[in-house]
Design a protein around this ligand. Sequence first.
Ligand SMILES: [Zn+2]
Length: 306
Amino acid sequence: MKAIMYHYVREHNTKYPNFRYLDIGNFRKQLDFFKEEFGFLSKQDWDKFTNSGIMPENPSQIILTFDDAMSCHFDYVFPELINRNLWGIFYIPTGPYQSGQILDVHKIHLLCGAFDGKELHDLLLQRINKEMIPDTRRKEFHSETYKDKEYIGVAEFKRILNYFISYKYRQNVIDNIAKTLSFEFPKNFYVKKENLKVMADKGMVLGSHTVDHPLMSKLSKTEQAEQIKSSFQFLDNIGCTDIKTYCHPYGGFHSFDKHTIDILHLEEVAYSFNVDSRDINENDFEQSKQYLPRYDCNEFDFGKAS
Ligand SMILES: [Zn+2]
């Protein structure tokens, strides 16, 4: 089975000339391609696998997953799936529904979409100092950040803000850069709460993607447990947890640790997704239930970002 990961699926917006997204036209073409090439796995067959490890008759079928609850998942993806009689798994960071705030990870995407990478990187370097980078990361920060003086841009901007900077300072630094650029973050960035329920009622699966989308491996066990438990609590409160499923923020084996996996088992989470470029096979039911492999949509035809 092939699980596919999507983020932004939308149309071009002139306000964000550098924004990375999958065009809705290409999304449709990719669904056509998957149908032709592999077929889609039914929800029943998926449940059978995740409950008892039984592989479907056709083991190369596709499972669609969508991370981060961006409004385009309701506006573009959901109607497309309904039209085609498909289902998908949507991973929701629940913090924005409680705070009304856009998460730092998405503010970073928006800034990178609207401005030049070098400009952002310069503004960032003017606003960070040694104290903001934890001791354990400082050496790595210096060696990695100035490795190639010619290369300065979006990747560095993202890496410093997502991996190096202490979370204590991050939001202020990001908001300050946005203010300097007179940039206002959009309203209605996420799927509305009432529409999450609409999606669940129409057969979509909703799962936890933590509260704040942190790099979990940076957090203590207690902090991680809080992120996982309270996001499930939110989904439960709005009636969207038929199945308990979870997806690791950022993904990759560096993005979570042993504590994360222990908590997921303890919370009786049925299955979780990682980002790991391979098919799900029969051994994964026993061995990788809390970090099932998932492909990025850009690894297949029509999946490249615009
Ligand atoms: Zn995410």
